[in-house]
Each structure stands twice: as C-alpha cells, then as structure tokens.
Design a protein around this ligand. Sequence first.
Ligand SMILES: [Zn+2]
Length: 276
Amino acid sequence: MTERTRRGERMPEPFELFALRYANHPGRRAVDNMIGGDPHEAGSDLDYFVWVARRSDRVFVIDVGFGEEQAAARGRHLIRRPDEALRLLGIEAHRVEDVILSHLHYDHAGTLGDFPHARFHVQDAEAAYATGRCMCHGFLRQPFHVEDVVSFVRCVHAGRVAFHDGTVELADGLTVHRVGGHSGGLQVVRVWTRRGWVVVASDASHLYENMRRKLPFPAVHDVGAMMEGFAVIHRLADSPDHVVPGHDPLVMAIYPPVAPDLAGIAVRLDAPPQPL
Ligand SMILES: [Zn+2]
C-alpha cells in the first residue's frame, strides 16, 4: 500500500495510531517513578495502555495489558479489560492476527488468551530473559507474572510466536527495534502515520519526565542501556513530539480523543499533540 508525497517519493499508506487507557495507579511518589527522584516529591500516576496501529490492509495490536487477577494482586485500578478497550475501536480480540509484545512484563503480556488467533511478535532477547537465569532473581522477576510467561511458552510451542532480533520491518511503514534497559529485550514500534514517524516507546520511557530529565524508571535491568535507549527512540522519531511514552497520563491530556465520549479513554496518536 503506497501513496506519493508532494516530492514524488513513494511512501506507505499511513497507519492510524491509537492509545487505549485500560488501568491506572495513583498515589505514587517521585522516587517510585525515577531513580534520582526527590523522596519528598509526589510523583505522577501511571496509566496503563494498549496501542493499535491500523490501516486498510493490516491491524497491529501493541501489547495486551493485564486482567482482573493481576490488578487485584498488585493493587492497580483496572478501568476495563484490554479486550473491552479494543472493542471501543471496533476491534474484536479473538479476530486479531498480529500482536506486537513490547516485552513480557505482567502489564504488557497478561491477556494472551484473549487473542487465540494472533501471532505474537517478540524479541529473541526478551523470550530468553523471561525464561532464563535472570528470573532466579526476585528483583528482576518481580514485573513478570509466571502464568503469563507459561502462556507465552505455550504459544511458542503452538507455533504462534514470531521471533525477531533487533530491527525488523513487519509491514511497509511499521518496524520494531530492540531497546535495552528496562527488560532483557524490550522493543519499541516505529509507525508511519499522517504526521510522520511516531515511536510507541512503551517502557523505554514510562513518563515524559524520564526522557526529559534522563532519569531511569526504577524497574530496570540495565541502567546504561536504558539511558542509551532515550537517544535511540528520539533518533527513530520525527521529533520529540513523535515519541509516545509507555505510562504517562499526559498522553490522554494532549492527544485528541477518538470521539468526544472517549476522552480519557482512547486518543489518536496520529494527530499532533496539543501543548498543555
Ligand atoms: Zn515493563
């Protein structure tokens, strides 16, 4: 699917790009959100999202969130299940063919069973990390839910996982890129939209503040790689306004809602953000 730009280059048909907010975690302190944060300062809430890149020929769901059990176990407020959130865009989870998992943490890979016909796109390094020796350490294991990892392994054995190593083009106008730091093999997604190249950074940066102040989120596997990752995601995006962090409530405030009744629930990332 291509179209011509004014300069005559052939560019892919742009994807529509959406963020769907499905959960929230209020009452955090600055130190909960960044290493080096002020211990006396209140911190931003975390919002939890799934993302969708959609055009006439393909639909990619990016991450699948968590359900009721992990919300209760970890004290997160589940607003709606991720499959219900997708339905707001007219997407039925059981019909989705392609799911990109940015990484396998509980809040990104917790509802694989709702996508029985999907192929899951994962980095080799993330699969190895989530099933390897690092999981012997409680600190590194904590963001994973073992049942999600088991579900993932079942998908591997069912031939439903597409493994990627580094930068891979999944469609004309959509690529995944491994960014180290937060997890063993996190990947970000670069998407061609009507406003240019947008990067769904997922947990390469939880909040705008992590990138801006260059302070890593405390759930981290490799601090140096996470710091490098801030530069990588900015290199991949057309501007800082084209980088979408993984958990920032500001995303709902600065991007336009998909429809007036979906304000705070579903926004368009293919439209420019409004300054606050
Ligand atoms: Zn994570």
